[in-house]
Design a protein around this ligand. Structure first.
Ligand SMILES: Cc1cc2nc3c(=O)[nH]c(=O)nc-3n(C[C@H](O)[C@H](O)[C@H](O)COP(=O)(O)OP(=O)(O)OC[C@H]3O[C@@H](n4cnc5c(N)ncnc54)[C@H](O)[C@@H]3O)c2cc1C
Length: 221
């Protein structure tokens, strides 16, 4: 089933990331962490769906997306960053394997944070954030999506690291095996991992080497 909707508003979150508020179509529902295929419904882009993750609560009356643009692709993300309120959009049924399975460590690189935004907001509402930890890696502090929200939600269990430029209160290294070992004492819990392919490969290998159980890893597959 394909749902028709339209853009209500958009605004910048970082220099290359925008949040989009769209109308929630009648009958549309999702589990926090799932993605949908979103397409711009005009002559140029109709049918060119790309996967994005609703970051709002499932019963909010609108849907929020947080989307990073890649101008070098000259594709959908670049076009999305130029659309105006009222633009017609289509959404697919939700899909995907990331959803909350129990307390754990959430490890994200860049825009890979979006499924965890949806999950954390739901856990905040259920008052279940006390056992969750976030490790969030970005290039620079200016690239950190929703930093204040994560610090507010998680306090000192919000661990930020930047690989190109860093400042006080933010680590300055990649998420390596040594970094994970220095930050996490218990590897017998859930690990939720989302980010670019190379990030996924290196983080999941490091977790494996540290004894995390394969069945306790929650990834997009
Ligand atoms: C389940 C899932 C959920 C996701 N959720 C989100 C989300 O919530 N927010 C978010 O920001 N992103 C999310 N993503 C990532 C997002 O889907 C991609 O960024 C998006 O599909 C890119 O679309 P595009 O049309 O701009 O570029 P693409 O479709 O990737 O590329 C368009 C064309 O550009 C060329 N190209 C591809 N890569 C490069 C490159 N590196 N350099 C130059 N040219 C290139 C190719 O010719 C390609 O045909 C998600 C991905 C998945 C799988």
């Amino acid at each position: 089933m394909e749902y028709s909707t339209r853009l209500l508003m958009s605004e910048f979150v970082t220099r290359d990331v925008k949040r989009f508020i769209v109308e929630k179509p009648e009958g549309f529902g999702f589990t926090p962490g799932q993605g949908v295929e979103l397409a711009i419904d005009n002559d140029r882009w109709r049918g060119e769906g790309r996967p994005f993750t609703p970051t709002s609560l499932a019963d909010d009356e609108v849907i929020e997306f947080i989307i990073k643009q890649y101008p070098s692709h000259q594709g959908v993300t670049q076009a999305l960053h130029t659309i105006e309120p009222g633009q017609a959009l289509t959404l697919s049924e939700p899909f995907g394997t990331i959803h909350y399975k129990g307390p754990g460590v959430f490890i994200a690189g860049g825009a890979g944070i979006t499924p965890f935004i949806a999950i954390f907001r739901e856990l905040a509402r259920r008052n279940q954030l006390q056992d969750q930890t976030l490790l969030f890696s970005n290039k620079t502090p200016a690239d950190i999506i929703n930093e204040k929200e994560f610090r507010h939600m998680l306090g000192d269990r919000c661990l930020l690291t930047c690989t190109e430029i860093s400042v006080g209160g933010i680590d300055d290294q990649r998420i390596t095996q040594a970094y994970l070992e220095s930050k996490i004492s218990d590897f017998d819990q859930h690990f939720y991992v989302c980010g670019p392919e190379s990030f996924m490969d290196s983080v999941t290998s490091a977790l494996d080497a540290l004894g995390a159980k394969p069945e306790a890893l929650v990834l997009e597959q």
